[in-house]
Design a protein around this ligand. Structure first.
Ligand code: PPS
Length: 333
């Protein structure tokens, strides 16, 4: 096993959620799961890249957007990219993952085998070998990752104050519902909601445990190179968050530029923007016969949508679980 990986998740473990994970969450590009340092659940392909990620060479002007999945990453990425590129809306028409690649894209969505099956299908380089793609990028690099702090490139902790990290988090209940829909739409999850819910609370979905992820960045929130954002604040007052991000990045932003950016970043506009709405990927999955699910990546974009989804019992259970996970940390969600 590679350095950061502790064990492989095995259905013979006798653990019900492990069985559910392996039965309902294997797909054409997902063959199994491992437990990484910190008890983090990762797709098996992570084994091939974890050392490369740990040893990844940082540059002083690298900018990371980090998050637990479904916390507003894409929203934050588009904001950060435009602030960092002098509001170049023309260049922003390029597909977001090509401009703002995802560090661990390859092990998560491994399309490499499909090239053999469909020779006409060109796997984009940021998918084919995401780490190498980012290594070859020119400065400044904008990099997305869902990895928890301790699994990010080791230079991040050694290089404090240089590469910047913008972390965004979201209330756990909306995040869970969004993640469930996402896994059906894009990751080949075939199970039902109740089983997904069980896996989430048992830390057996990709990148879980959720609260340890948030805490890993929250406890470093006062470091000069870390900005800690919240999805709900972006919903409540996006212009204020844009101002904070612009100031963190040292990028001037006039009132006019700010209003235009806030409009570009509205849910309605992002939903119809093919550069960020992932519709092209959903279409491609359908064309390749990989996933045939209905739905949109830009699904509801709301705060509190979980209330129509979770039972009172589940809400109570999540609250208790949260209290236990946060006990003694000083963090109040
Ligand atoms: S991913 O795949 O993990 O990177 O997903 P991520 O981008 O983190 O999260 C997707 C959710 O963010 C919502 N979203 C937005 N909400 C409000 N306004 C804007 N502009 C916006 N852009 C994306 C998106 O709809 C997903 O949430 P749900 O609850 O599923 O709608």
């Amino acid at each position: 096993m590679a350095n950061k990986v502790l064990s492989r998740i095995d259905s013979a473990s006798g653990c019900e959620v492990d069985k559910i994970l392996l039965r309902d969450f294997t797909s054409s590009f997902r063959c199994g799961y491992v437990v990484a340092e910190g008890g983090v659940t990762m797709p098996h392909g992570y084994v091939d890249v974890c050392d490369k990620i740990a040893q990844f060479s940082l540059r002083d002007d690298d900018i990371f957007v980090a998050s637990f999945p479904k916390s507003g990453t894409t929203w934050t990425q588009e904001m950060v990219w435009l602030l960092g590129h002098n509001f170049d809306y023309e260049k922003a028409k390029e597909f977001l993952p090509a401009r703002f690649p995802f560090l661990e894209h390859t092990p998560l969505f491994d399309y490499r085998g499909f090239h053999r099956k469909f020779p006409d299908f060109d796997v984009p380089p940021y998918v084919n070998n995401s780490v190498q793609f980012i290594n070859n990028m020119s400065n400044p690099r904008f990099i997305k990752s869902h990895l928890p702090y301790d699994l990010l490139p080791e230079q991040i902790s050694l290089n404090t104050g240089k590469s910047k990290i913008i972390y965004v988090w979201r209330n756990v209940k909306d995040c869970l519902i969004s993640y469930y829909h996402h896994c059906i739409l894009l990751e080949g999850y075939k199970g039902n909601f109740d089983n997904f819910y069980k896996m989430f609370l048992a830390n057996k979905v990709g990148y879980a445990p959720f609260w340890a992820h948030v805490l890993g960045f929250w406890k470093r929130r006062d470091q000069e190179n870390i900005l800690f954002l919240r999805y709900e604040d972006m919903k409540a007052d996006l212009p204020s968050v844009i101002r904070r991000v612009a100031s963190f990045l040292g990028k001037p932003c006039s009132e006019e530029q700010l209003l235009k950016l806030a409009d570009h970043l509205s849910f309605e506009n992002m939903k119809k923007n093919p550069a960020v709405n992932y519709e092209p990927v959903c279409e491609m999955n359908k064309k390749l016969g990989l996933i045939n699910a209905e739905g949109s990546f830009m699904r509801s974009g709301t705060v509190g949508g979980y209330k129509t989804y979770l039972t009172q019992e589940q809400i109570g259970e999540i609250d208790k679980w949260t209290e236990k996970c946060l006990e003694g940390t000083g963090f109040s969600p």
